[in-house]
Design a protein around this ligand. Structure first.
Ligand code: SF4
Length: 404
């Protein structure tokens, strides 16, 4: 194993954003036309998006909209999603410019904010009151095990997160459906973190996304005229650790943006040592983003990281028990072959990772169906992998099926 990965640090360079014409900046034309929204808005790039904004409106993932009954449709091999993912929305959209993200600011050149794809799917916009009414009808029997508010970079983001959270917890018992905050630390203070806790949030995560300070700077900091700073993300994450406590905070990490396997797994270990969790995504080039010309994370790399991360996060294996090759790839997972075979066969390590639902601690409520891969070559399984899936996973890991 000596060849250089196609997604090495040198290869994973974002392209430069094109200049946005002045009449497309800051959602100017959406605000100027001021078309009032009527109920649910399904993304459609052929006409002007209505003037919708949080806290009255939020966007929700396709999977959540189907599960909620707001939209028709079916998902490959999944009946529903267990997490109601909400995203704040504004005509100006997110003011950051992260290179891998479909919501980034440079996209205002060709798409209204509400029409942009994000983690490979469309996000319909829906009045928040309508969502709360549907779920408040019978929270105990809701298909949702968790609700999550995703913040973006916008001057109103904190204030509107509080309003949306309060609107939810006023009518829905957070013990019946707990709430997670996927935060955007750039504009946040420690007091803001405390306020989300006081309003009933259960888990606070930080969308760190990049695994090293260099990758962070290149993909969501100075490298792409984006305002984020690694140090600020850590500051807010440590505030969340103090305020929310053990197991109730963590970070999102995208694997395959130029870091090595060793680097990302050391970050996973750092989070575990702090008593937090990592939630992982496999890099998949998002159409229209500044990294849409770059390769998706090779499946062998992704599977090794998924498996090693699961062992560190849930099986008390430490990264220093593992062995890496000269390119930083996992060579040995630090446990016996038999133990490793049991973990692989259980399949949970290869499911989507995220905040827990009602099944068990290591099974995420947030299954994000096909958010990081096409259904034909699944990266994060949004369901329990079956025998045929495990056979494929073992092949990708280059670990043959054990002979009894
Ligand atoms: S802050 Fe979040 S939503 Fe905004 S561009 Fe970056 S990753 Fe996308």
């Amino acid at each position: 194993m000596s060849c250089i990965e196609p997604n090495s640090s040198a290869a994973m360079q974002p392209r430069a954003p094109e200049k946005t014409p002045s009449d497309r900046r800051n959602g100017k034309h959406v605000k100027a036309n001021d078309i009032p929204p009527r109920g649910v808005y399904l993304p459609n790039n052929n006409y002007l998006a209505p003037h919708m904004k949080s806290p009255e409106y939020v966007q929700l993932s396709n999977a959540a909209a189907i599960t909620l009954g707001i939209m028709g449709g079916r998902m490959y091999r999944c009946e529903c999603t267990r997490c109601l993912n909400l995203l704040l929305t504004y005509p100006e959209g997110c003011r950051a410019n992260c290179a891998y993200c479909g919501l980034a600011r440079h996209r205002e050149a060709d798409r209204d904010y509400a029409d942009r794809n994000f983690i490979r799917v469309d996000w319909p916009a829906v009045p928040m009151a309508e969502i709360v009414d549907i779920v408040a009808n019978d929270p105990e029997n809701s298909p949702f095990h968790r609700m999550c508010i995703s913040m973006i970079t916008h001057p109103r983001s904190e204030h509107d997160t509080f309003t949306v959270l309060k609107q939810w917890t006023d009518k829905i018992d957070p013990d019946a459906i707990p709430v997670s905050i996927l935060s955007n630390p750039t504009t946040m203070s420690r007091e803001d973190v405390q306020k989300t806790k006081d309003l009933g949030a259960d888990i606070f995560t930080v969308a760190l996304d990049a695994a090293t300070p260099e990758v962070f700077d290149r993909t969501r900091g100075k490298g792409v005229q984006s305002p984020h700073k690694w140090s600020k993300y850590w500051e807010i994450m440590l505030d969340a650790r103090d305020i929310f406590g053990p197991q109730k905070f963590g970070a999102h990490i995208i694997v395959g943006m130029g870091e090595t396997e060793r680097e990302v797994l050391h970050l996973v270990q750092d989070l575990v040592d702090l008593d937090g969790h990592s939630h992982m995504f496999c890099f998949f080039p998002e159409e229209g983003s500044l990294m849409d010309h770059l390769p998706a994370t090779p499946r062998d790399q992704w599977r090794r990281v998924q498996l090693a991360r699961y062992l560190i996060d849930y099986r008390d294996v430490r990264v220093d028990q593992m062995r890496f090759d000269a390119e930083g790839r996992v060579e040995n997972y630090g446990i016996s072959e038999a133990e490793l075979a049991d973990v692989i066969d259980a399949g949970i390590a290869f499911r989507t990772s995220g905040c827990p639902g009602k099944f068990q601690e290591d099974i995420s409520a947030c299954d994000r169906p096909y958010g990081d891969s096409p259904p034909s070559n699944i990266a994060s399984y949004p369901f329990q992998p079956e025998k045929k899936d495990l056979k494929k996973i073992r092949k990708q890991l280059d670990i043959p099926v054990r002979v009894e």
